[in-house]
Write a protein that binds this ligand. Structure first.
Ligand SMILES: [Zn+2]
Length: 228
């Protein structure tokens, strides 16, 4: 029996120790939670304050951003207006007769005309100007010498290319041509001399056969000279 009592009192002691330990554990746990709650509270207060500061800064920035685009808006509307006030006008090609002599045969591509030299009817793609031997022949417009060559039918020939697709050709020149392919020439500049080298037009005597093409199509030289 005494053993049972001793055992019972020992068991009672153990129960109280366990109860104390449990109470201590609960106390410690509660304290830790309390500390954590305090720390989180502090953080959330700081965050709220920072949000408030950021909010006031953003509010201050808004009016500045709102006024800037309004100040810069008128600039784009002024730029196109200035561009339209300075248009670039294209200058028309200026032209002048290659010699001051009389036109003895006219341009005739629509109807055949009788050729005294070949004694047949044929088209005539240019204008023949009578001229004294050695008379200077001038460029009819500003341009660039495309080629200088001896044509089987039309004799010594100079070809000049101009802007807007125009080409002028000067034939029946004497052999002493003062220009060469690639030379830049200006209107009125001497590019050759009147001769009698066109074997299909020898009956005309010394003269200049002047022809023009526009976009590679034959054009009445008088119309070309009427340009300017
Ligand atoms: Zn001719």
């Amino acid at each position: 029996m005494s053993d049972n009592k001793r055992n019972g009192s020992a068991a009672g002691k153990g129960y109280y120790i366990a109860l104390i330990l449990c109470a201590a554990a609960i106390g410690i746990t509660s304290y830790v939670y309390y500390r954590n709650d305090k720390a989180q509270e502090k953080v959330s207060i700081q965050e709220t304050q920072e949000e408030l500061v950021a909010g006031t800064m953003a509010a201050e920035d808004v009016p500045v951003l709102a006024t800037q685009p309004q100040k810069t808006k008128p600039a784009p509307t002024q730029a196109p207006a200035a561009a339209t006030t300075a248009p670039t006008e294209k200058q028309p090609l200026k032209t002048a007769a290659p010699v001051s002599g009389e036109a003895i045969t006219g341009f005739s591509m629509e109807a055949l005309s009788y050729n005294q030299t070949t004694r047949d009817w044929r088209v005539h793609n240019g204008v023949d100007y009578a001229a004294e031997p050695g008379t200077a022949v001038c460029a009819a417009a500003d341009g660039k010498v495309y080629t200088v060559y001896e044509d089987d039918a039309m004799g010594c020939t100079v070809v000049i290319r101009h802007t807007d697709g125009y080409t002028t050709k000067y034939s029946s020149l004497s052999a002493d041509v003062p220009v060469k392919a690639g030379d830049t020439v200006t209107m009125g500049q001497t590019i050759g001399y009147a001769g009698d080298t066109a074997i299909v037009e020898t009956t005309l005597g010394t003269h200049v056969h002047f022809s023009v093409t526009a976009q590679d199509e034959p054009m009445d030289p008088l119309e070309f000279l009427a340009l300017g």
